[in-house]
Design a protein around this ligand. Structure first.
Ligand code: AMP
Length: 497
């Protein structure tokens, strides 16, 4: 089964029902099937060959979803770009993927010092809004079904790039189908016509994984241009949204809304993940939304589905849950062997959801995927006696201070448990005596003196974990998907940014 075929069948089965909605248009299942055929046919007729990479830089919208699946039907490999990234980041992804085309919305990328206009002078074909419209009009509506082999590249998802330059993660039709299967089996088992998925996070990233499971089941995807807490609540109410996906920072922002608890949402599954959630935020979210929270843990290399914490398992604070039904997961020591429950090691996973490898980077692929198929996630974690995973932190972010290991997440979670703190970031700075020392920055609801926070930490953390430098910032650097960027925070502290 190919993805294009799933869309064709949804078009035939759910016809005039609304498949995709944004603030400009509502598109039925049949119209979506036809638009993606037209675009796929037009792209192939205009000189693209199956297997070519085509980048997409469009705001969160119905058009962006049409572009994604038009490419899928034509066997073209999509390289999603996020409008909030800088031109330099776009240029890296375009160059590295050797994209032949770029479908863009005509707007400049977020100001990053780059020249105005699409950041892609070297790309052969730039397809702006007018040409996209023309392709959709003139493309043949005949079924466009290019049957690329299941293990050929289907999508290049660039890894978050929170450390080093983002690497192209090769996802195939097989990995995509695994994601749909895993979601329908475990995360959202009971979706059907009438259900509404609200996309407030970028569909270029995690939220995009929720499109297809809803499309194949005849549910509606409502797409917001971007997240903002007040419009999220308003849109969720208006559409009676039954599911959504938010990163923890967005949940924290929602909880700042005065009417959140009385919003009366129809949400059956409030999915969250993509970054650690602070226990205090999770506790408040459970109070506000009830037992509908479900956590998913994954990464670009194993998209979104390694473990999940189901709604009725939220009595285990700090846990990321147990593996999806069809997914293998373990925690191993430096020798690659599983460690006993309670001991910290690296999380590894194996299954159909794992990427094929890094794009044209066999060394990085060999370092990440063991010969027996297990993917090293780079995340440190431990299991409890019941097999629940507790993520500790990224392996590379660990701070070693005076020979002691400090995981920044623990410092951040402690800071976030202070009532005034909204967001926190902890990093290691070079230190002549201790090798590294812990430094942290926080964003607060109201002015707080750093000494007060220092005293708060002193009561709760061992000396070597306590931030030796603690600053209150107006903002904490976040990635386009709302993840705290420790590297940028560290650069800022070192005066590089
Ligand atoms: P990315 O590849 O940019 O999607 O980032 C994936 C990383 O985000 C993972 O390797 C984890 O470090 C982190 N992450 C994702 N989901 C969770 C979660 N549920 N809890 C804690 N960390 C998470």
């Amino acid at each position: 089964m190919r993805i294009g075929e799933l869309i064709r069948r949804a078009g035939a089965t759910f016809g005039a029902a609304p498949a995709l909605v944004d603030d400009r248009q509502t598109m039925s299942f049949a119209a979506f099937d036809e638009a993606t055929d037209r675009l796929g046919n037009a792209l192939l007729a205009s000189g693209f060959d199956p297997g070519d990479r085509v980048a997409v830089l469009l705001p969160n919208s119905v058009d962006s979803v049409v572009a994604y699946y038009g490419l899928v039907k034509a066997g073209l490999v999509r390289v999603p770009l996020n409008a909030r990234e800088t031109p330099t980041e776009h240029a890296h992804k375009l160059g590295d993927s050797q994209a032949r085309g770029l479908i863009h919305g005509g707007e400049t990328a977020r100001s990053g010092g780059g020249p105005p206009g699409p950041p892609a002078s070297k790309v052969e074909r730039l397809i702006g809004p007018d040409e996209l419209g023309a392709l959709l009009r003139k493309g043949s509506p005949a079924p466009c079904r290019v049957g690329l082999p299941l293990d050929d590249p289907y999508r290049l998802a660039y890894s978050g790039g929170t450390t080093g330059k983002p690497k192209g993660v090769v996802l195939t039709t097989r990995t995509e189908l695994a994601e749909v299967t895993n979601f329908l089996l475990d995360l959202l088992p009971d979706i059907g016509p009438g259900d509404v998925m609200l996309h407030a996070a970028p569909v270029t990233h995690g939220s995009g994984a929720f499109l297809l499971p809803h499309l194949v089941r005849g549910a509606t995807n409502v797409i917001m241009p971007k997240f903002d807490a007040a419009s999220f609540l308003e849109t969720a109410q208006r559409w009676k949204a039954t599911a959504t996906f938010l990163v923890p920072t967005m949940i924290a922002m929602l909880l700042e809304e005065p009417n959140v608890a009385s919003a009366g949402l129809a949400m059956r599954r409030l999915c969250y993940g993509g970054a650690p959630i602070a226990p205090t935020v999770l506790g408040r979210a459970l109070d506000a939304f009830g037992p509908v929270l479900v956590q998913t843990y994954g990464q670009a290399e194993a998209p979104l589905c390694i473990t999940l914490l189901r709604p009725d398992e939220h009595d285990r604070p700090g846990s990321a849950g147990r593996p999806y039904t069809l997914v293998e997961m373990d925690v191993v020591g430096d020798d690659g062997e599983p460690v006993p429950a309670g001991e910290t090691g690296e999380v590894v996973t194996r299954g159909q959801h794992v990427m094929a490898g890094y794009w044209r980077n066999p060394e990085a692929t060999a370092a990440a995927i063991r010969p027996d198929g297990w993917l090293r996630t780079g995340d440190m974690g431990r299991l409890d006696d019941d097999g629940f995973l507790y993520l500790v932190d990224r392996r590379n972010d660990m701070i070693i201070s005076g020979g002691f290991n400090v995981y920044p997440r623990e410092v951040e979670d402690t800071l976030k448990s202070h009532p005034a703190v909204i967001e926190a970031v902890a990093v290691g700075l070079p230190d002549e005596k201790w090798g590294e020392r812990v430094a942290a920055a926080v964003m607060t609801r109201h002015p707080v003196e750093p000494v007060e926070l220092e005293a708060f930490c002193a009561e709760r953390m061992a000396g070597y974990k306590r931030p030796r430098r603690l600053e209150v910032w107006d903002d904490i650097p976040l990635s386009p998907v709302g993840k705290v960027l420790r590297r940028a925070a560290r650069d800022r502290m070192l005066g590089k940014a």
